[in-house]
Ligand binder design. Structure first.
Ligand code: SIN
Length: 484
């Protein structure tokens, strides 16, 4: 297939490519150039209703397939995605801006969720539980929750859809997906691959829209939606919880993060520097698990800042298709404005700029990788999720100080620390208030691991064998009268 053959223009409802009921389109632009890539069907609340009706009709036939049948169809989906990984990566880079190599990594990461959950479909085991009655047994079975709505972000336009759709389908659920307005093309291409794989009509539906509120409102309040899975801001997560209250929806919420990244005096300094570069600048700093605040112990603070700055100075900023590019553009003007505001606030409060802190000459949405040192503890950049290539580095004195600083946040998604002391590794890993801890590693994500946060970073886990549970109901059957 060529790039043009994975470029879809219409919504995908009940296995058909359809115009939105309002007969309108919205433009999807390349953030690196500002050019329109294509105009896509702009779905309305009515289209969301239609998609839910299609998913409802498809649910029971899909759920009643054997686990092995679902596994085989999903496995085919995985294989088709991998066959077309190059075109899909080009599409992803074009709509999202991340460097091509990183986009290819994302396609493989997303496909790995499909592969993993295809396998897990066959392992939805139940239990037989002893009861106090001699002539009775409790049998626990797992059943799909029903029709799922997924609302997905622009920072991983492929993988965040795969991470929700794959466990849903493996469990026997059908799904309606609202992709982010900035990046609907990767979602539509995934649906195209699903159709080629033989996923039945109505099991996957995609409703791109520029009216997130109208479509989101239907998806999060409709009585036929059993569960909403959302990745995005904590603010929108709260709204989804409120919307779901009336019909008691099940929720998976992957919300904001504010990851602390701690380097102790006893750390392997080079490893910590490499970890900081990958953790901070992945996707130009636009992931929920990016290091947001770097705490470095006083004894190695200057050495760390010097080595870190030298490495970051080598990072090339540019368009996704340029060679050796490490950082692409930010997603839109609002993202650039937020980064500028946070950097300005930190400097006003006394931070010094080690590197960057300015827009790149590559284009309107490009921002240079930035390191700020001696950042005041009340700077906004330490409280808010930056979602940009800015690393504030703060000095701390001892372990207790580091743990207190790290936990001083309403968020609790990821945290990282570097130390060679085994006792400290256990103490700090247990003390950090977050769902994901990287020890001597800057990137922790893997399909085999349960991704998710605590505190105001959300509910539920994605990936791993735990990830299937979020799409399954438990039912127990008490079987009595078993005595002769
Ligand atoms: C995210 O930013 O939400 C996902 C990051 C990841 O899966 O590593």
């Amino acid at each position: 297939m060529s790039f043009d053959q994975v470029l879809n223009q219409k919504a995908f409802i009940n296995g058909n490519w359809v115009e939105g009921s309002g007969s309108k389109q919205f433009a999807v632009t390349n953030p690196a150039t500002g050019e329109t890539i294509i105009e896509v069907s702009d779905c309305t609340a009515q289209d969301a209703e239609n998609a839910i009706a299609a998913a409802k009709a498809a649910f029971k036939p899909w759920a009643s397939k054997t686990a092995k049948e679902r596994c085989q169809i999903m496995r085919r989906w995985f294989e088709i995605v991998i066959e077309h990984e190059q075109e899909l990566a080009e599409l992803l880079s074009t709509e999202q801006g991340k460097p091509l190599a990183e986009a290819l990594g994302e396609i493989r990461y997303g496909a790995a969720y499909i592969e993993w959950f295809a396998e897990e479909a066959r392992r939805t085991y139940g239990d037989i539980v002893p009861t106090p009655k001699g002539d009775a047994r409790v049998l626990v079975m797992k059943q799909p929750v029903g029709v799922v709505a997924a609302i997905t972000p622009w920072n991983f336009p492929n993988a965040m859809i795969a991470r929700k759709a794959a466990p849903a389908l493996a469990a026997g659920c059908s799904i309606v997906i609202k992709p982010a307005e900035d990046t609907p093309l990767s979602a539509l291409a995934l649906a195209q691959m699903a159709k080629l794989a033989g996923i039945p009509d109505g099991v996957i539906n995609i409703v791109p829209t520029s009216d997130a509120q109208a479509v989101g409102n239907v998806l999060t309040t409709h009585e036929d939606i059993a569960k909403v899975s959302f990745t995005g801001s904590t603010q929108v997560g709260r709204l989804i919880m409120r919307n779901g209250a009336e019909t008691i929806k099940k929720l998976s919420l992957e919300l904001g993060g504010n990851a602390p990244f701690i380097v102790f005096d006893d750390a392997d300094l080079d490893r910590a520097v490499d970890g900081a570069v990958t953790s901070k600048y992945r996707n130009s700093g636009q992931t929920c698990v990016c290091a947001n605040r770097l705490y470095v112990q006083a004894g190695i603070y200057d050495a760390f800042v010097e080595k870190f700055s030298a490495k970051v100075a080598e990072l090339k900023v540019g368009g996704a298709f340029e060679s050796d590019v490490a950082l692409g553009p930010l997603i839109n003007k609002a993202a650039v404005a937020k980064v500028e505001e946070l950097v300005g606030d930190a400097i006003d409060k006394g931070a010094s700029v080690t590197i960057g802190a300015n827009p790149s000459d590559k284009g309107e949405l490009f921002y240079n990788p930035t390191i700020l040192r001696d950042v005041s503890r009340d700077a906004r950049v330490l409280r808010e999720e930056i979602f940009g290539p800015v690393a504030p580095v703060i000095k701390f004195d001892d372990e207790a100080d580091a743990i207190a600083l790290a936990n001083d946040s309403e968020f609790g998604l990821a945290g990282y620390f570097f130390s060679k002391d085994l006792g400290r590794v256990w103490r700090v890993a247990e003390a950090l208030e977050c769902g994901i801890v990287g020890v001597n590693e800057g990137v922790t994500s893997a399909v085999e691991a349960p991704f998710g946060g605590i505190k105001q970073s959300g509910l539920g886990r994605e990936g791993s064998h735990y990830g299937l549970d979020d799409y399954l109901e438990l039912k127990y059957v008490l079987m009595g009268g078993l005595a002769e």
